[in-house]
Design a protein around this ligand. Sequence first.
Ligand SMILES: NC(=O)c1ccc[n+]([C@@H]2O[C@H](COP(=O)([O-])OP(=O)(O)OC[C@H]3O[C@@H](n4cnc5c(N)ncnc54)[C@H](OP(=O)(O)O)[C@@H]3O)[C@@H](O)[C@H]2O)c1
Length: 261
Amino acid sequence: MNTFKRKTILITGASSGIGAAMARQLADPSVTLLLTARSEEQLRARAAEAEMHGAEAHVFPQDLAQPGADATLHEAVTEAGFAPDVLVSNAGFGTLGRFESAPADTYAQMLTLNVTNLTGLARRCLPHMLGAEAGAGILHVASTAAHQPVPHFAVYAASKSYVLHFSQALWAEYRGRGVTVTCLSPGSTRTGFQARAGSEGVAFGPMESAEKVARVGLRALLAGRRVVVSGAGNKAGALGGRLAPRRPLLAVLEHAFRAVL
Ligand SMILES: NC(=O)c1ccc[n+]([C@@H]2O[C@H](COP(=O)([O-])OP(=O)(O)OC[C@H]3O[C@@H](n4cnc5c(N)ncnc54)[C@H](OP(=O)(O)O)[C@@H]3O)[C@@H](O)[C@H]2O)c1
């Protein structure tokens, strides 16, 4: 994949899963990759892989679930002399279970990572993108969980609904101003996400690979698409989630998710 030529690309959650797959697919001699996540060693391994394909790659270890970490990361990137033309906000996590089963602090961290710092990074990166040459853009990673409320995944699904709606509003605001904003909704994808969410073995449909989902997202960004759902079954599920009457839909989802707790 590369019509991201000569771009400086900041990828959050680049140490593993979908973000690491995106870094692999973007790595070529014309791009500069700025990779961030908490795990410095894994980030360095991803950067070394990218450099083997000729890319320039730099790592910026950062815990983006901490308040203000968006500013800290943006400052570090700026001080190192970089200004991203493309921002891929992919870092995120969820917790499956009854609402009362996770600590309030876990939800605060989830919302800081999935919502607040994603918003802050877009805001901080946008001014440079507006003045950049063609091809500037933002790719936000949401989820099929974004397309309807999800009992027993309530905070995560709501945080991803924010990402979906925020991204679409930005798409409309900036599409005439040279910046594309695309929202990628993966369904169940084979990554470290399930272990952290406590949802191992839970998949309402076929599991996709991180490589496939990454490719779908990057192609959609290049094509200037507003929203892309990865996978035909996931597309149908997301459409159903948007159109179905809330009461019966919530009853079905509450039952289905309670059954896998
Ligand atoms: N896998 C799925 O089934 C699925 C489905 C729908 C949506 N998604 C979304 O896809 C995105 C990528 O997840 P994935 O599936 O690739 O899972 P993953 O393999 O667990 O990757 C998550 C990435 O986010 C980073 N991250 C997590 N907490 C962080 C923090 N506090 N600060 C900074 N970075 C943090 C992780 O790195 P460190 O641990 O090194 O910090 C890792 O690089 C997420 O937004 C997720 O919600 C995944």
